[in-house]
Design a binder for this molecule. Structure first.
Ligand code: PGA
Length: 254
């Protein structure tokens, strides 16, 4: 059984004061349930504060939104894996479609980051997903396979198992347009099949695959009930403590 993993990707939102308000409500509402993993992914500037507030919780983990692959050096404006570990970060989102589209990250770059994350014992949440044009052209599987093979190249079996994959169709991110449960399940089953081809079925069966793209309280449960959907990467709805609590609770019930 794969443990569900629900992550709140705050993107470039939430000052420390706003994060405090979110956590006041969220920690109260969500209680101490530990049968799902919850990851809060604040901007770098709120990591330390959120970590302090999460210290008493053993199932809510801290995540970061990006990092550089080098250990240190002249990379103005960048953050290393060791710096994230220093702040007790456990997960790092890599290759998000906004990083790929707006900041030119390629699979080769993402692959370097995935390796650097594992070296520092950070668990990558590797994002993949097709654009609407690619879907309309019947290229979903081709795109997903290429992103998976490129981004995961050279990982050991242990590293693969400790990588979370987030399938996020680009056309569903922040658009209010969610993939149907069938579309999402089909893509997730294909991702798992590809992982089996890259490694083996035993490993593929252990890797957790999140769905992301306009996950809301009212669609979370159906999505999370699909056999190959092991969690959610939530953007917009994760900024609202009550909405995010409902999504976590949907994960508990699914
Ligand atoms: P969304 O974002 O939930 O706002 O669609 C998801 C994501 O980009 O991770």
């Amino acid at each position: 059984m794969r443990k569900k993993i629900i992550a709140a990707n705050w993107k470039m939102n939430m000052t420390v004061g706003e994060a405090a308000g979110f956590l006041d409500t969220f920690l109260l509402e969500v209680g101490n349930e530990s049968s799902v993993d919850v990851v809060i992914v604040p901007p770098f500037t709120a990591l330390s504060f959120v970590n302090d507030r999460l210290a008493k919780s053993n199932y809510i983990k801290l995540g970061a939104q990006n990092m550089h692959w080098e250990k240190s050096g002249a990379f103005t404006g960048e953050i290393s894996a060791a710096m994230l570990r220093d702040l007790f970060v456990r997960y790092v989102v890599l290759g998000h479609s906004e990083r790929r589209t707006l900041f030119g990250e390629t699979d080769a770059v993402v692959n370097k980051k995935v390796h650097a994350a594992h070296e520092a014992t950070l668990k990558p949440i590797l994002c993949i997903g097709e654009t609407l044009e690619q879907r309309d052209a019947g290229k979903v599987e081709e795109v997903l396979e290429c992103q998976l093979r490129g981004s995961l190249a050279g990982l050991s079996a242990k590293e693969l198992v400790e990588t979370v994959i987030a399938y996020e169709p680009v056309w569903a991110i922040g658009t209010g347009r969610t993939a149907s449960p069938e579309q999402a399940q089909d893509a997730h089953a294909f991702v798992r099949k590809t992982l089996a081809a890259i490694a083996d079925q035993g490993i593929a069966d252990k890797v957790r695959i999140q769905y992301g793209g306009s996950v809301k309280p009212d669609n979370a449960r159906t999505l999370l009930s699909q056999p190959d959907i092991d969690g959610a990467l939530v953007g917009g709805a994760s900024l609202d403590a009550r909405a995010f609590t409902e999504i976590v609770k949907a994960g508990l019930q699914a």
